[in-house]
Design a protein around this ligand. Structure first.
Ligand code: M6R
Length: 605
């Protein structure tokens, strides 16, 4: 939600920041803006629309600047509501990511003191507060500190002042990372903004404020305590964040899945065992668990649902898979013997972070499965396993999902051996099966043209149903979510057997029904469900394997996928569904990488 980036140092920010902001536009893309400070002047430019369409500035130069790409929460998409927000005297500019919960109360107080507000955003209070503290005689630094102390809610804030050579950055609940270059410092909500220039980063923690000028000074803004800086090395490459000849990031990321799984499992399978040193820190606690609770949102929640089958089958442990947003507001009955697994691509999803914190209050060991290194969820967990999928830029999650599944299966196999809950031969076979997934994915991806042709038959329908059973039931949910989010078609996923309990009433010749029908223990039952749809003239699209010979005669269209052991089949069966959503969205002329109303990282409740 919203991308922010700033720079201070020996580079022309008027040239630099538009390019950096373009890398963040997946975080929010309804409007954007810049503020540059040079020679005691503050230049502010704001625009409704996408930063990707911005042609840059003519012959401007500045060495301090901040920029913002917006995903509206409070206030409509207008130029006035676009960031940066400016103080009444025009001296201070801020950009904000997050939600300021006490904004109404602050706005009222500030208005009484004579501040006039340009727009309706919650963020604007931050700049007027800072101005108010300066009016009361505080320095720029003190004003920024006091502003942070006065705000409730989540924020990543950048401040500049035309009378100062410093950029001030503060974080509380929304990500903020410093990027270090010779003679300058970047600050951004995601490393992709500056990865082209540096891999040296400092991840700010909640409650920290950084004063960026010739030096970097770090403090706790509540206590004023000076803090030391810890430099981390980012492993991603700049090229990974490019489209590399693909028309969309989503398509590129779908095709990257075999390589992503290879990287994900590299070094994590040896001598018939899952090798996960990341679990060392919770090894003792893991030995005592009697239950697993998985918390996640959206696609990551679907990964949790798939994993439930593996944990039950291999580890003989009861598993609950919870929406993070629901879990956080319950009184969950968990204790130190319950392993909580938080799954999040971004590692910044506000609800999952809150669920993790709730779990920690109950002393439950928390393992997170994240893609973004150094993200908040990763840092706050007792143990983290990175999925190593590389940057996922398309808003629709694809390679992050399949690598989450790979990691979850590895964890299940690790625990199975530890608990002695599955025969060694079964674990070894499964690990060998996992190693063969990248090639099976490559084979499945060869179906891309077939899927494109099928998309041509159904792209103008208004609804679709997705049905699957066992571990392919969550894949039905995921297929429906992919279609909804990028093509704006209504779609529902459900367990195939549930159809006859109501949704069957929807079926007629206008209803495409996508079945995942692979040769597993429910195959015959799924065939019966297909017959039920055919009997009502529904159109059947089957995702199946060549071994399932009956399918051809029962379906209008078939997409063949490679076969693997049933527990891992979801890593393959999801691929045609990702491609189907992609090609349908393309035929409908949708903005595939940046679907309307969505943002990649949901850092608000
Ligand atoms: O970063 P996270 O995995 O925590 O994100 C959770 C969801 O917002 C995310 O999976 C969302 O559902 C995807 N855009 C769907 O493709």
């Amino acid at each position: 939600m919203c991308g922010i980036v700033g720079f201070v140092g020996e580079k022309n920010v008027a040239e630099l920041l538009p390019a950096c902001l373009k890398k963040l536009d997946y975080r929010g893309y309804d409007s954007f803006g810049f503020a540059f400070q040079n020679n005691s002047l503050l230049l502010v430019v704001k625009q409704v629309g996408r930063i990707t369409d911005f042609n840059g500035f003519l012959a401007k130069s500045a060495s301090i600047g901040i920029a913002h790409s917006r995903w509206a929460t409070h206030g409509a998409v207008t130029k006035k509501n676009a960031h940066p927000h400016i103080s009444c005297d025009g001296k201070i500019a801020i950009v904000h990511n997050g939600i300021i919960e006490n904004h109404s109360e602050l706005r009222e107080k500030l208005a009484k003191k004579g501040h006039s507000f340009a727009g309706e955003t919650d963020s604007e209070v931050a700049v007027h507060l800072a101005e108010e503290f300066i009016n009361q005689g505080r320095s720029f630094r003190e004003a920024a500190r006091e502003t942070c102390r006065s705000l409730k809610g989540a924020f990543a804030l950048l401040f500049i002042n035309r009378e100062s050579n410093e950029l001030i950055a503060a974080r509380n609940g929304s990500p903020l990372i410093l990027g270090l270059v010779e003679n300058g410092t970047f600050v951004a909500s995601d490393t992709t903004a500056f990865i082209e220039f540096t891999k040296q980063a400092i991840f700010l923690d909640d409650g920290q404020i950084a004063f960026l000028g010739k030096e970097i000074e770090l403090e706790n803004f509540n206590t004023g305590q000076k803090l030391s800086t810890k430099i981390s090395h980012i492993e991603w490459d700049a090229e990974q964040a490019q489209k590399n000849g693909f028309e969309h990031f989503m398509l590129k990321e779908i095709f990257e899945q075999p390589d992503a799984i290879e990287k994900c499992i590299q070094g994590r399978i040896a001598n018939g065992q899952a090798v996960l040193p990341e679990l060392d820190s919770i090894a003792e606690k893991l030995g005592k668990i009697n239950r697993i609770v998985i918390v996640a949102c959206g696609t990551s929640w679907h990964a949790g649902l798939v994993a439930e089958y593996a944990f039950e089958e291999l580890c003989a442990l009861p598993v609950e898979v919870e929406y993070s947003a629901e879990f956080r507001y319950r009184n969950p009955v968990i204790d130190e013997n319950c392993l909580v697994i938080a799954i999040s691509q971004s590692g910044e999803t506000a609800d999952t972070l809150a669920a993790l914190r709730e779990a920690k209050k109950h002393n439950a060991p928390v393992l997170s499965i994240c893609n973004v290194m150094g993200s908040t969820i990763a840092r706050e967990s007792d143990a983290v396993i990175y999925t190593r999928a590389g940057p996922e830029i398309g808003v629709a999650s694809t390679k992050a999902f399949t690598t989450q599944l790979a990691v979850l299966n590895l964890v299940a196999l690790f625990i199975a051996l530890q608990r002695n809950s599955a025969p060694e031969s079964k674990v070894t076979d499964a690990l060998n099966g996992l190693k063969s997934i990248p090639n099976a994915m490559r084979k499945t991806l060869e179906q891309s043209k077939t899927v494109e042709a099928i998309a041509g038959l159904y792209w103008d329908k208004s609804n679709a149903l997705y049905l699957g059973r066992g571990p392919n039931y969550p894949i039905a949910l995921e297929g429906a979510l992919k279609l909804k989010e990028i093509s704006y078609l209504h779609a529902e996923g459900m367990p195939a057997a549930e159809m006859k309990h109501g949704p069957i009433a929807l079926i007629d010749s206008n209803m495409p029904v996508v079945f995942i029908a692979v040769k597993d223990r429910t195959y015959e039952k799924v065939l019966a469900n297909i017959e039920e749809v055919r009997a009502r003239n529904g159109c059947v699209i089957a995702v199946s394997s060549e071994a399932a010979t009956e399918i051809k005669n029962l379906s209008d269209s078939v997409i063949y996928i490679a076969e693997t052991i049933p527990l891992f089949q979801p890593m393959l069966s999801v691929i045609p569904l990702q491609l189907l959503a992609y090609h349908i969205a393309k035929k409908r002329n949708c903005d595939i990488d940046k679907p309307r109303n969505l943002a990649k990282s949901v850092t608000v409740e």
